[in-house]
Design a protein around this ligand. Structure first.
Ligand code: ADP
Length: 403
């Protein structure tokens, strides 16, 4: 196992007459030994390029990449002690599962073999020992992944999930310092993806291996990662645990990208009144906010500042009809849709042209009807504020607890 350290890593591609495409911009990232880090972001944000640079499949245009103590910028992929699992499995179609699993190890062994084996019996028995060790490793990996009964099958005789297990097994037998995963579950159906996610998490706990994983699926990132790296346009937006990224997004992009349904965003202004009341005003609501939660950086009393207020769907409580109770925490509007999922339901409200989604339990929404009025109570203690111009969160830094 090993650490992986990216220092100011950039990648540019030449792109026709227009010059260069900047795919990755000055990424700094220290991945700890045994950590499971997930790079996530929309298509084209530079996550695969970053992973491929760690693997050595792309040259870096600037910066350094270290695996363990060693800077690997000029080290060939096969010498980096990494194993990569791809979305398309990349199995050899003419080899059975056992041969697919042992192929890389056999090739290294064969490379070392030579005519010497014909004459030297001690050498021959050493080679036989190596072959037995490979068999043991293949069978151990097959047991770990629950594919022992498939060892004789060809890839075409396997389901998508079984093929992906074999692809993971091929990485496993190599016992690399770092596992790299490039969208490995994207070809699987939703149910299988969820199952495989759990299996990968269990595998990571068992191996305590360093794993770097790329996905565009924020839910996958949240469920797998020790730490998430959110990227956009080649730039890292935030690095943190799933709870930090969800609970304290650093900007409006991260807030909107992580979470399903996405965070509700309401454009408006805030004012700090003479009595220190912080008031948010928008087309659809006026809310009294707890001022202590926000970094208002020079907001003087009586002055307005344009902001976006963000509120997670589960922090809105829908109720039938119009209500004036605690009016400074309410939004009233017309219900345009109620989507029921069994245990929970999403209520979509239109208030002065602004759409808000609330997620609530089925019991709390049974009375709510499409086309009728409803009120959503905003949990103002869970509201986020973002600067209208920069999109940066106006959250007050949490003080580290005294040790
Ligand atoms: P992601 O994995 O987040 O979808 P990529 O890392 O594949 O994104 O791509 C990042 C950017 O780099 C995109 O704009 C993409 O078009 C560009 N890019 C990727 N590979 C190449 C290439 N070989 N040549 C030119 N541009 C590329």
């Amino acid at each position: 196992m090993a650490t992986v350290h990216l220092r100011a890593v950039s990648k540019s591609y030449a792109s026709g007459a227009s010059g260069t495409t900047r795919a990755v911009e000055s990424v700094d990232l220290a991945i700890a030994d045994g950590e499971f880090v997930v790079l996530v972001g929309p298509s084209g944000c530079g996550k695969s390029t970053t992973l491929r640079m760690i693997a050595g499949l792309e040259d870096v245009s600037g910066g350094t990449i270290s695996i363990g103590e060693c800077v690997v910028n000029d080290v060939a992929p096969k010498d980096r002690d990494i194993a990569m699992v791809f979305q398309n499995y990349a199995l050899y179609p003419h080899l059975n599962v056992r041969q697919n699993l042992s192929f890389g190890l056999e090739r290294r062994r064969a490379f070392k073999s030579c005519w010497r084996g014909l004459f030297d019996s001690a050498y021959r028995s050493k080679r036989a020992g190596e072959r037995a060790a490979i068999t043991a490793r293949v069978e151990a990996a097959a047991r770990t992944l629950g594919i022992e009964q498939l060892l004789h099958r060809q890839p075409r005789e396997l389901s998508g999930g079984q093929r992906q297990r074999v692809a993971v097994g091929r990485a496993l037998v190599r016992d690399p310092a770092v596992f790299l995963f490039d969208e490995p579950l994207s070809n699987l159906d939703a149910l299988l993806r969820t199952e495989m996610r759990t299996e990968l998490r269990i595998l990571h706990r068992r191996l305590r291996a360093t794993m770097v994983y790329v996905t565009h699926d924020q839910e996958e990132a949240m469920s797998l990662a020790d730490r998430i790296v959110v990227m956009k346009d080649g730039v890292v937006q935030q690095v943190g645990s799933p709870a930090e990224i969800y609970g304290r997004p650093s900007n409006r992009f991260v807030a909107g990208f992580i979470g399903t349904p996405p965070m509700n965003m309401i454009d408006g202004t805030i004012t700090l009144d003479a009595d220190s009341t912080l008031t948010f005003r928008s087309a659809c609501c006026t809310l009294t906010l707890p001022p202590g939660r926000f970094d208002l950086d020079g907001l003087s009393r009586g002055h307005e500042r344009p902001v976006t207020l963000g509120i997670r769907p589960e922090r809105l409580s829908p109720a039938v009809g119009e209500s004036n109770v605690s009016a400074h925490a309410n939004v009233t509007g017309r219900v345009v849709a109620v989507e029921r999922y069994g245990a929970s339901a999403d209520v979509v409200l239109s208030a002065s042209g602004i759409r808000l989604i609330a997620r609530a339990s089925q019991e709390c929404t049974t009375q709510i009807r499409e086309g009728e009025n409803a009120t959503m109570t905003v949990d103002v203690n869970a509201a986020h504020l973002f600067d209208s111009h920069t999109g940066c969160a106006l959250a007050r830094a949490i003080r580290a607890p005294n040790r």
